[in-house]
Design a binder for this molecule. Structure first.
Ligand code: KG4
Ligand code: ZN
Length: 359
């Protein structure tokens, strides 16, 4: 059995996990502890980088020993250390990078540098039935909306991305205007569900989502919102257009005193965001005839997106892989999972290891 200790501190979650690889190659999560700073940042309506760095520093040591204890492992049982080095908030990233570096050097364990977005994709390898290569991946998070053609553990090609805001940010910012607290994603998801079901009179949210364009509310030009799927033949997105249009629409609602149903608005907004992702994923399958799709990242917890992409895969006869919601948000297990590929295919790094904010 090989055990990898994974560290993550790129944004507002300090996370440490021990993941084991059994003789048959399957990964199992032995421990996965997360110290979320959401309650602290909620007061400010978003992540305050300085506060995030300080909170990571306070949490990381105790969290590491908790992860080891829950895994029934001592430092001597750890075969490799994996840490997210990029992308993210530089001050936040540096906390886990420095801690992981000290841990690895003091116990003489090989250390690996991990890309946060690849770690999200690797979370699919924590499923009881993991995907086989090649596959298509879509990463949807607070900072990214990207499509990848993944041919092998070492061949990731980014084939589409957002040119501005990420889908998670688009949910968080408009959620805030609707009175939802940061991070608004989960509450937005629930509000939209109410909107889809009420507008269509259909109790099943997935059916309600499909029927939504037939409703009078969807057809009302006053509530029109643009699609974030760019029409230029690329596989790219632009969520800032959708976000700005929603802000303007909320202003117009304010000015005209139009009767306004928050749940229907959340449904309309979600419909555009999700449909754009489905449309570009379908186009990606036309360009790369890969047999499977991996959906991952914090926004992969969104029930409407999970439902719509699962339906697309059913129609296109593709396998669909999505981690459980608990492994969609930032966590250490996904970093350890990507660590197994690094352990096998990449060279360990030394004390020169640094973090970087950029992709
Ligand atoms: O991957 P993640 O934990 O952090 C980044 O790498 O950014 O993603 C966080 C994002 C936030 O924008 C949050 O609002 C969003 O994931 N999120 C959701 C849901 N749960 C979390 N967005 C939509 N629906 C959800 N159920
Ligand atoms: Zn993330």
């Amino acid at each position: 059995m090989i055990r990898i200790l994974g560290f993550e501190s790129s944004c507002d979650e300090t996370a440490v996990s021990v993941v084991a690889q059994e003789e048959n190659g399957k990964l199992s999560v032995l421990s996965n502890v997360v110290a979320s700073q959401v309650e602290t940042h909620k007061l400010y309506g978003g992540v305050v980088p300085e506060i995030a760095s300080r909170a990571h520093t306070e949490a990381i040591s105790a969290l590491t020993y908790q992860a080891l204890e829950e895994a029934g492992a001592s430092p001597a049982d750890i075969d490799a250390v994996a840490v997210t080095t990029h992308p993210g908030l530089i001050g936040a990233l540096l906390v886990a990078v420095n801690f992981a570096k000290s841990f690895a050097l003091s116990y003489n364990i090989p250390l690996y540098s991990i890309d946060h977005m690849r770690a999200h994709i690797a979370s699919a390898f924590l499923l009881p039935e993991p995907p086989a290569f090649p596959f298509m991946a879509i990463t949807v998070s607070g900072g990214h909306t990207s499509l990848y053609a993944v041919s092998s553990p070492t061949d990731y090609k980014q084939i589409g991305a957002t040119r501005d805001d990420a889908v998670g940010e688009a949910f968080d910012k408009i959620g805030r205007l609707l009175g939802l607290f940061y991070p608004a994603g989960a509450a937005f998801d629930a509000l939209a569900k109410e909107g889809f079901c009420q507008a269509t009179g259909e109790a099943d949210p997935q059916k309600a989502f499909s029927l939504f364009p037939k409703t009078d509310f969807y057809k009302d030009p006053f509530f029109h919102l643009p699609s974030p799927a760019l029409q230029d033949g690329s596989l790219d997105f632009s969520f800032s257009g959708l976000k700005t249009a929603a802000v303007n629409l909320l202003h117009r609602i304010d000015q005209t005193g139009k009767v306004f149903d928050k749940a229907a608005f959340a449904a309309r907004y979600t419909y555009e965001a999700v449909s754009a992702i489905v449309k570009k994923t379908e186009a990606a399958f036309a360009a790369y005839d890969f047999p499977a799709l991996v959906l991952c990242g914090g926004v992969a917890a969104n029930s409407h997106l999970r439902g719509a992409l699962s339906l697309l895969c059913q129609k296109k006869k593709k396998q669909f892989f999505v981690p459980p919601p608990s492994l969609c948000g930032d966590n250490g297990a996904m970093v350890a999972a990507e660590g197994f590929f690094a352990y096998r295919y990449a060279a360990p790094v030394g004390s020169e290891l640094n973090a970087s904010a950029a992709d």
